[in-house]
Design a binder for this molecule. Structure first.
Ligand SMILES: Cc1ncc(COP(=O)(O)O)c(C=O)c1O
Length: 384
């Protein structure tokens, strides 16, 4: 019987055998563009040119594949480069995709401003309502159903298993952006998704020091097609970026446990706060996706969004008044961040069906002492 290593073990060891020459316990940074061949076509270990493959990137790709329970992963220069490679590979001009009514603004911009010009049509669907997705699938042939869960920034929950069934019955692929959950909290391929997308910039990297992306797939034939596009278009992760991401991945489980614990306490505090009109966190029993999240996630993640009774200007003011929560874009690092989505990460969706409320604040709850974080927020919400 083969022993299946646990998540934490895979994060530290998968793809990371000690270096065969020196015994180095961490994969070296192969900062190299080309490789000596033993005679024409005599490649050592399959390496010829670092756009096509690089050993540090290979180590990261093997580790990410193991963490998502897949045979293959591909690492990119950013999450957007990964999304671009995927869409060019599985879609053709004239195709139609369904995109969620809440998603990272840059993902919507890619559909609306880049692929629309290429001839790809998109329709926006409420991704938490499978019946509505099914209705849309019945209207016209669809190539891809795109989901985020939890969504950015409204923390909506999509039922991955039900969406996969609906997509497959209609002959479409289900793509799940697993950035907010990370593979530690949720494994979409096991629930029926065809492709997992990551911005590894976030929890996988975990230290706000590297930008990267990944695609993870179960179907080896699709993986080959994606690898062809990746090499042909060239948006690959560099060796140092791959190494930084791999270093972050080793502590993913420990960090996520702490992110989730802190975020739950922050959400509970905000839910009781008189200045707050609504808290969006799937860990709260009042959240409409709570039950589905409980079924498909190990815990509820480190992002908490909330709305202020006093409106947009009060939200903007609060974002500028924290001491520990740093005002900035991005999320998923060890340090807590605060932002105003309507004017920052989601400014590009203003006027679109994905426009976000102007009184919304998004927190990426870090792994600092939670009492300090709670004090910081209480202080920032005291207007005057
Ligand atoms: C959910 C989600 N997907 C994709 C991306 C894009 O990733 P990147 O910024 O690494 O290109 C982001 C970035 O914020 C994101 O939040």
């Amino acid at each position: 019987m083969t022993h299946q290593d646990g998540f934490e073990t895979l994060a530290i060891h998968a793809g990371q055998e000690p270096d065969p020459v020196t015994g180095a316990v961490v994969p070296p940074i192969y900062q190299v563009s080309t490789y000596k061949q033993d005679g024409v076509g005599g490649l050592r270990g399959g390496y010829e040119y670092s756009r096509s493959a690089n050993p540090t990137r290979t180590a990261l790709e093997q580790c990410l594949a193991a963490l998502e329970g897949a045979p293959r992963a591909l690492a990119f220069a950013s999450g957007m480069a990964a999304e671009d490679c995927l869409l060019r590979t599985v879609c053709s001009p004239g195709d139609r995709v369904l995109v969620p009514n809440d998603a990272y603004g840059g993902t919507y911009r890619l559909f609306a401003r880049v692929f629309a010009g290429w001839g790809l049509t998109h329709d926006v669907v409420p991704i938490s309502h499978v019946a509505a997705v099914r209705e849309q699938l019945a209207v016209r042939k669809t190539t891809v159903v795109w989901a985020e869960t939890p969504t950015n920034p409204l923390l909506g929950i999509a039922d991955i298993r039900a969406l996969a069934e609906a997509a497959h019955e209609a002959g479409a692929l289900l793509v799940v952006d697993n950035t907010f959950a990370s593979p530690y909290l949720q494994q979409p391929l096991a629930l029926g998704a065809d492709v997992v997308v990551h911005s590894t910039t976030k929890y996988l990297g975990g230290h706000s020091d590297v930008v990267g992306g990944a695609l993870v797939v179960s179907d080896p034939e699709l993986a080959e097609r994606l690898a062809f596009t990746q090499n042909a278009t060239g948006g690959v992760a560099g060796p140092f970026d791959s190494w930084l991401t791999l270093r972050g991945v080793k502590t993913l489980a420990a960090r996520m446990d702490r992110h989730c614990r802190n975020a739950m306490r922050v959400a509970q505090m905000l839910a009781e706060h008189p200045a707050v009109s609504e808290v969006l966190y799937p860990g709260l029993p009042s959240h409409p996706g709570h039950k589905t999240a409980q079924e498909q996630m190990r815990a509820f993640g480190g992002i908490v969004s909330f709305r202020l009774l006093a409106g947009e200007e009060a939200a903007v003011r609060a974002c500028g008044r924290t001491r520990l929560f740093t005002l900035g874009e991005s999320l998923g690092g060890v340090e807590s961040l605060i932002e105003h989505p309507a004017r920052m990460t989601h400014a590009s969706v203003t006027g679109s069906p994905l426009e976000v409320p102007s009184d919304l604040i998004r927190l990426s709850v870090g792994i600092e002492d939670c009492d300090d974080l709670l004090d910081d927020l209480r202080e920032a919400l005291t207007d005057g």
